[in-house]
Design a protein around this ligand. Structure first.
Ligand code: AP5
Ligand code: ZN
Length: 214
């Protein structure tokens, strides 16, 4: 099963990716997590990407497309994968089509901007695994600690309110056109497009997914 999770920053893509990975045993490909890993490793690409990410801008299509193609070619992606945060521009979506990487489901998470701003302010992440929490809506078992490793949780540098606003603007400008793009594709291929109500509680959104995917 090949899935694209489409939605604004903070819409819940990473949170539901955790559910889908467990439920269907397919790997999550999060371009955001890959970039943050490169930053942590201090690679040249990571250092260049850090400035862009912290400013709430998008990393260049060329770099991102290269990263994803390399990742999809790995053995564990043979039986499917879950794209989280990719594609988020038309050229990125075109690159998938040109590479003949067929997608079974495009799942759009619909969440209003006001809700997103509130979610980002309470988000905490475990940098090692990419696991995501919220202080109120999805709290860890022990405050400030990851459930599985007990390691410290962090605030993402790009979750500052000003940066979140910029990321939302960029989402509306550059990523939202993919809604029409994939709805159109769904009308003329085997790809299915579904819009989910992403404002519901975490478990309720997971239930919607389960119902759709079977
Ligand atoms: P990335 O890491 O992909 O960030 P994003 O798309 O902005 O999305 P987020 O991770 O912020 O949100 P999410 O939808 O995963 O929400 P989450 O589940 O965490 O990208 C970061 C940066 O990298 C980009 O800005 C860009 O610079 C660069 N980049 C990445 N991919 C790129 C690409 N393809 N091209 C170019 N540049 C790229 O949830 C958010 C919070 O809400 C959490 O606290 C969570 O616990 C909570 N929550 C989740 N669901 C619910 C719910 N149902 N109810 C209540 N709370 C909830
Ligand atoms: Zn995420």
């Amino acid at each position: 099963m090949r899935i694209i999770l489409l939605g604004a920053p903070g819409a819940g893509k990473g949170t539901q990716a955790q559910f889908l990975m467990q439920q269907y045993g397919i790997p999550q490909i999060s371009t955001g997590d890959m970039l943050r890993a490169a930053i942590k490793a201090g690679t040249e690409m990571g250092l260049a990407a850090k400035k862009v990410i912290d400013a709430g801008q998008l990393v260049s299509d060329e770099i991102i497309i290269g990263l994803v193609k390399e990742r999809i070619a790995q053995d564990d992606c043979k039986s499917g994968f879950l794209l989280d945060g990719f594609p988020r521009t038309i050229p990125q979506a075109d690159a998938m089509l040109e590479s003949k990487i067929d997608i079974d489901f495009v799942l759009e998470f619909d969440v209003a901007d006001e809700v997103i701003v509130e979610r980002m302010s309470g988000r905490r992440v475990h940098p090692g695994s990419g696991r995501v929490y919220h202080m109120v809506y999805n709290p860890p078992k022990v405050e400030g600690k990851d459930d599985e490793t007990g390691e410290d949780l962090m605030i993402r540098p790009d979750d500052e309110p000003e940066t979140v606003k910029k990321r939302l603007d960029i989402y509306h400008e550059q990523t939202e056109p993919l809604v029409a793009y994939y709805q159109d594709l769904a009308g003329k291929s085997s790809t299915q497009y579904h819009k989910l109500d992403g404002t519901q509680a975490v478990d309720a959104v997971s239930s919607q997914l389960k119902e759709l995917l079977g």
